[in-house]
Design a protein around this ligand. Structure first.
Ligand code: ADP
Length: 191
């Protein structure tokens, strides 16, 4: 059973590709963004309020909260194919993921980096924001937050690439291709 991590900036298509892996290749998708949104749907709790505020500004939610959520899921699904979408987002999370997998005697098979032209991504984000209907917008779907999330990606998440490079499990793919072309590259890597 495969365990893979998808790495890439917001809006690069990680979620779309994860869903394809779920539909066609029998994967479980563990998206920390989705898991955290279910925490904030109970935003009356102190934790819910704190998480909501951080997500709205595009900052990372504290590691202990995210790691705790994901470690439980890893234990629950350890015998399945898992695609990690949006996790890890910094080095501490990458190390925590490794040790939680190690605890159940498994290893990460691949980390797949979506390479993206940041200028085009920013244009895409601005277009997406202006075209999305108010009622369909996610709480963090505004240009200011999304642009901040790109900065957070560059400063916190990109350093993970060399961590996975040292382990010999990084694969870089061109994230600017059509959805089916990106998917074809991913399936080549994991099969
Ligand atoms: P997208 O799929 O559009 O890249 P996500 O749904 O993964 O976005 O994430 C939305 C927000 O949730 C992030 O901006 C951040 O505030 C929070 N978040 C998601 N995953 C993590 C994580 N691993 N660590 C910290 N915060 C996270």
């Amino acid at each position: 059973m495969k365990k893979i991590v998808l790495l890439g900036p917001p809006g690069c298509g990680k979620g779309t590709q994860s869903k394809l892996l779920v539909e066609k290749d029998n994967f479980i998708q563990l998206s920390t963004g989705d898991l955290l949104r279910s925490v904030t749907s109970n935003s009356n709790s102190e934790l819910g309020k704190k998480v909501k505020h951080l997500m709205e500004s595009g900052e990372l939610v504290p590691d202990d909260i995210v790691i705790d959520i994901i470690v439980k899921k890893v234990e629950e699904h350890k015998n399945k194919n898992i695609v990690f979408d949006g996790f890890p987002r910094n080095l501490k999370q990458a190390e925590a993921l490794d040790s939680s997998l190690e605890n159940v005697s498994i290893k990460l098979d691949h980390a797949i980096l979506f390479e993206i032209d940041f200028k085009i991504l920013e244009d895409r984000i601005n277009n997406r924001v202006s075209e999305t209907k108010e009622s369909e917008k996610r709480m963090d779907d505004n240009s200011k937050t999304l642009l901040n999330r790109i900065e957070v990606f560059k400063s916190s998440t990109l350093p993970i690439v060399s961590y996975y490079e040292e382990k010999g499990i990084i694969n870089k793919i061109n994230g600017m291709q059509m959805v089916n072309e990106v998917y074809a590259e991913i399936t080549k890597i994991i099969c």
